[in-house]
Design a protein around this ligand. Structure first.
Ligand SMILES: NC(=O)c1ccc[n+]([C@@H]2O[C@H](COP(=O)([O-])OP(=O)(O)OC[C@H]3O[C@@H](n4cnc5c(N)ncnc54)[C@H](O)[C@@H]3O)[C@@H](O)[C@H]2O)c1
Length: 263
């Protein structure tokens, strides 16, 4: 992950957080002390934060199937990481498991949810209801993970009032009022790049604290607003790099038997 900063209107900064996982970026974890106060705990590397989200998905599926405990090897295998990395990641939460038993699924789910700030719902608005926006608005998997889509915006007159995934599309100009009224905390930008900055400004004016940006453009935001940029082309380029590296026979994957590897 790369954080870029730039100046805007004097004190405001441009901040763009890319979706790749450079090992240096760290996120301070927040813990709840015995007296209920939130205290800063150990910083967690950005890449580990991304893996925590994967562990949570796997653990939630295990809990649904009735599992109460899980061995680190089993959780690591299901999450596609090696168990040393898993144990290191969970140690950031102060979770070390019990020898011979492993981790208590419900306890670990609670710890990861608290660390990722998932103990409350984050309402999402999607702006730009074209190909990508339609897919995101129709995707049923977000609400169950704590991210209900509660508002949709576009400028296309043909889309105004039309429900997509059950939510009627509103006009771009209504972003600040609707976001403030519905308590939207995450804005997803799926507009053409030329429109992305003005969309972003409206989301920020509506009190949105986090932006997930699919448009291929760097956004200027106030310091307190978090931006993540999603670029599938970059992911494909990273895959291409690994394929090229494998062709050179220099990759460092760990064999775990039967020719399979975990990463
Ligand atoms: N990051 C990725 O991996 C990835 C993948 C696919 C697309 N994209 C990007 O996502 C964006 C959307 O792609 P798409 O294929 O859905 O495009 P699309 O043309 O199908 O949809 C864009 C939508 O944005 C709306 N729009 C235009 N100006 C607007 C404005 N000012 N305010 C609100 N809405 C506005 C249009 O009416 C349209 O409905 C593009 O920027 C594209 O480059 C990124």
């Amino acid at each position: 992950m790369v954080a870029r900063r730039g100046r805007r209107n004097g004190s405001a900064v441009a901040r763009e957080l890319n979706a790749d996982n450079a090992p240096t970026a760290e996120i301070p974890a927040v813990e709840v002390a015995d007296n209920g106060e939130q205290v800063r705990a150990k910083a967690i590397p950005e890449a580990a934060v991304a893996r925590l989200a994967v562990y949570l998905r796997v653990l939630s599926a295990m809990a649904e199937q009735g599992a109460t405990t899980v061995a680190s090897e089993e959780l690591a295998g299901a999450a596609g990481v090696n168990s040393a990395k898993l144990r290191k990641d969970l140690s950031y939460l102060g979770s070390y498991g019990t020898r011979g038993v492993g981790y208590e699924v419900s306890v670990l789910v609670g710890q990861i949810e608290r660390t990722l700030g998932l103990t409350r719902q984050h309402k999402v608005a999607v702006v730009g209801i074209g190909n990508l926006g339609h897919a995101l608005a129709n995707y049923g998997g977000f609400p169950g993970r704590g991210f209900p889509v509660e508002a949709l915006f576009d400028v296309d007159p043909d889309l105004m009032g039309v429900p997509v995934g059950g939510i009627p599309v509103s006009h771009l100009d209504d972003i600040p009022a609707v976001c403030a009224e519905r308590g939207i905390s995450i804005g997803v930008i799926a507009t053409p790049p030329t429109a992305a900055q003005s969309v972003c400004d409206r989301l920020v004016a509506g009190g949105v604290q986090c932006i997930l940006n699919f448009a291929p453009v760097v956004l200027q935001v106030p310091e307190q607003v978090e931006v993540r940029k999603v670029d599938l082309a970059v992911e494909l380029q990273i895959l291409s790099f690994h394929v090229a590296r494998r062709a050179d026979n220099t990759n460092g994957s760990h064999a775990v038997g039967n020719g399979m590897v975990v990463r």
